[in-house]
Design a protein. Structure first.
Length: 65
């Protein structure tokens, strides 16, 4: 919108409330990381204390570069 332009009813359909706007801005970093393939996943086994050789689950750690 150019400075000094009058507001019309059509402008309201393109406006966002403050919560939506701040949420979008705050989420941009995550979208940039996803698009830029800047995430690395590491999987770690979770073992039984009674039988350390027995893996019963895995833990996933996701890190951004």
């Amino acid at each position: 919108m150019e400075k000094g332009s009058p507001l019309g009813l059509g402008m309201f359909s393109r406006m966002w409330d403050l919560a939506t706007l701040t949420g979008t801005i705050r989420g941009d970093w995550l979208l940039d990381m996803l698009r830029g393939d800047k995430l690395v996943a590491h999987f770690q086994p979770i073992v039984s204390t009674a039988e350390p050789s027995e893996v019963f689950a895995s833990e996933c750690l996701l890190r951004g570069l």
